[in-house]
Design a protein around this ligand. Structure first.
Ligand SMILES: [Zn+2]
Length: 161
């Protein structure tokens, strides 16, 4: 689906923002995590004070729960944030941010415009996503062109975005 290195950078940028912005933790605070994750969190809190070994096991399980959270769809606003900052990160790392549009065009083709209603209710439609990406593109391109194709040694610091 990514096709090119820049396409892969678009995917990575998007996913990295979900992690950096702690969208999973926000979901947890909104009470939107699965019952499994909540039970594991409860076990971690209840157990860690009494037995350090059991606490460690619970925390490891909580990590697994967080992974489940990452695989679940995020809210529309989280998806938009991941799209927006994701292309800035990709551009800053020296990858053409315009590949993100091509990536989502391929995604749209794959899903044939349809898809499970649950997915559509929690994700921006492909058209909306591409529209937004094009809106943010000048900013991302400015970063990309400044960097002249050499990957940045470090991730940029995100401030108030
Ligand atoms: Zn996402």
């Amino acid at each position: 689906m990514a096709k090119t290195e820049a396409g892969l950078a678009a995917v990575m940028g998007h996913e990295v923002v979900h992690a950096l912005a702690r969208h999973g933790a926000e979901r947890m605070s909104q009470g939107q995590l699965t019952n499994v994750a909540l039970q594991v969190a409860g076990a971690a809190i209840g157990v860690s004070g009494t037995n350090p070994l059991l606490g460690q096991a619970a925390m490891a399980a909580l990590g697994a729960g967080a992974q489940v959270g990452v695989l679940l769809p995020f809210s529309r606003s989280h998806e938009s944030e991941a799209d927006y900052i994701g292309i800035l990160l990709a551009a800053d790392a020296g990858y053409d941010p315009r590949e993100s549009v091509h990536l989502w065009e391929r995604m749209a083709q794959l899903s044939g415009g349809g898809g499970p209603s649950e997915f559509l209710s929690t994700h921006p439609g492909h058209e909306t996503r591409i529209e937004q990406l094009n809106k943010w593109m000048p900013e991302a391109l400015a970063i990309y062109q400044t960097n002249s194709g050499s990957p940045a040694p470090e991730l940029p610091i995100l401030t108030g975005r």
